[in-house]
Design a binder for this molecule. Structure first.
Ligand code: CS2
Length: 500
């Protein structure tokens, strides 16, 4: 559909809901009577496909206290797209069997933090707000991925310490809003981290209480001891929306949605049931409320995200645009199966009532979903922030028992080649990573020599702790893998692994 046709359609909004194609589900509840109970930091596609859809289900079921105020911590794009639509957007679930579309109504207000930090703090300090949830990506917590410590020299943290009333960072907003609630005698909200970080609630508690403690020891103690930070495992594959997705949604709906979200049918949310002032009945929307989310998180981070990152770097280097193309290429599915069965699964403490074989088989099917355009390049982003919990924790566990790590080493070698910035055809790679400049400089200095490049990149302490970096078994395996990559390329290197 051309942009001319698109612009002739009415815009999706509360007023145009009645004109939607009849097979599109829409909020049947009274949106105006919904009270904001959740402030969400990082209102990107993942939140809109995952938590906001669970909350929408609870609204359909009759709950009215949990409407979402969604804030972006950086760009105004989501607000610009959704505010003219009264916060409404289309969520499309797609796989080889077809698609279902629904208009989600749980986001009732949007803010852009850099434009309106005071308004965001005011919203976070309102007594009716009882949960502040976050999807700000791994790098949004301003921590050191190798240790989990707050980076006290991070420019946004330095700023937030100097000007606590006008924060920039997610931890800065959390701490200032909690300080205001404490001063006003309002119970603290529950902090619900929904990013793919290990023991995410505990990690964010540590980061936020450290930042609070740098401001005032009493505040640090309060944040560390009197605020709930349940850990969660969140899972749904949500590729970036493409223009083709927008066109297809507009044609299907008969109204123009500036920013629909396309995802898979699968969704999972495991949450520790530790909310100090209430929560929506998310278990009735299919969430699993548990005492300890750790086994679920570890399983998901190492099997799903670990495989995803391996597919991203190896797949990208082998010339595959999407995850589905990569997993369909010769040798890749067997490589990922071997990675999961042989190298990752033995390190897991499998959650009770989980059929691990079925879980792994479902992952392979989800990666192969032909209806999603999930770019390997998208997953390859921010590797420095992702690798520790996705691969290195597994490598630690394997080396501790003297077990082989050859597939993990090939994945790590592919990451090294990727961040060097030149692909197998000699073309530049657009590396997006907070450490991209430094990684590139190290790679340039080392040149395409595994003997020089491997120790140099293993020396980046934000990613590799000293013990791991000094382990000759790791360095040796990655050196061999990188030599293979330079010699025969990623596609053939993957295909060399034999596994049924
Ligand atoms: C992906 C994740 O982009 C990435 O790094 O691995 O976003 C992944 O799709 C989700 O965690 C799935 O739940």
């Amino acid at each position: 559909m051309t942009s001319l046709t698109r612009s002739s359609l009415p815009r999706l909004s509360a007023a145009s809901l009645g004109r939607l194609a009849p097979d599109t589900a829409r909020p049947a509840y009274d949106r105006a009577s919904q009270r904001i109970g959740i402030v969400h930091l990082g209102i990107g596609a993942f939140h809109r496909a995952h938590q906001a859809a669970f909350v929408d289900d609870r609204m359909i079921a009759g709950e009215r206290d949990w409407a979402i105020l969604g804030a972006s911590l950086r760009s105004p794009e989501t607000r610009d797209a959704l505010a003219p639509q009264d916060g409404l957007y289309t969520l499309v679930e797609r796989d080889e069997d077809g698609e279902r579309a629904r208009v989600v109504g749980s986001v009732s207000r949007l803010l852009v933090a850099p434009e309106a930090p005071a308004a965001l703090l005011e919203a976070m300090s309102a007594p009716q707000v009882r949960i502040v949830s976050l999807t700000v990506t791994e790098k949004g917590y301003c921590h050191d991925p190798a240790t989990g410590d707050l980076r006290e020299d991070h420019p946004d943290i330095l700023h937030d310490l100097a000007m606590p009333g006008l924060p920039r960072s997610a931890p800065g907003f959390l701490v200032e809003a909690l300080a205001r609630r404490r001063a006003a005698g309002i119970p603290p909200f529950t902090v619900l981290c929904c990013d793919n970080l290990p023991a995410n609630g505990k990690l964010v508690r540590r980061i936020a209480s450290r930042l609070a403690g740098l401001r005032d020891a009493g505040l640090g103690h309060f944040v560390g001891n009197e605020v709930a930070f349940p850990c969660t495992m969140v899972d749904r594959i949500v590729p970036a929306t493409t223009q083709a997705d927008r066109d297809a949604v507009d044609a299907r709906l008969g109204v123009a949605d500036a920013w629909p979200v396309v995802t898979e049918p699968f969704r999972q949310w495991v949450i520790e049931d530790d909310f100090t002032c209430g929560r929506p009945r998310l278990e009735e929307a299919g969430a699993e409320l548990v005492a300890d989310a750790a086994p679920y998180e570890t399983m998901k981070l190492r099997l799903l995200n670990g495989s995803h990152s391996a597919l991203a770097y190896l797949g990208y280097l082998a010339g595959h645009e999407t995850v589905a193309q990569a997993i369909g290429a010769p040798g890749f599915a067997a490589f990922i199966r071997g990675l999961m069965d042989i190298e990752v699964a033995p390190t897991l403490d499998v959650p009770t009532q989980t059929d691990l074989a079925a879980y792994k088989a479902a992952l392979l099917r989800r990666f192969a979903n032909p209806a999603l355009h999930h770019r390997t390049w998208q997953i390859a982003m921010d590797g420095s922030q992702k690798i520790p919990q996705r691969w290195l924790a597994t490598i630690h566990a394997r080396l501790a028992v003297g077990a082989p790590i050859s597939r993990l080493a090939l994945a790590l070698a592919a990451w090294m080649r990727f961040v060097s910035g030149i692909d197998e055809q000699g073309r530049p790679i657009d590396v997006r990573d907070p450490l991209a400049g430094r990684l590139r400089a190290l790679a340039d200095a080392a040149g395409p020599s595994p003997e020089a490049l491997v120790p140099s990149l293993l020396g980046v302490r934000e990613i590799f702790d000293a013990g791991l970096a000094a382990d000759p078994r790791l360095a040796g395996a990655v050196r061999d893998a990188l030599s293979t990559l330079y010699r025969i390329g990623a596609g053939r290197a993957v295909a060399q692994f034999d596994y049924k």
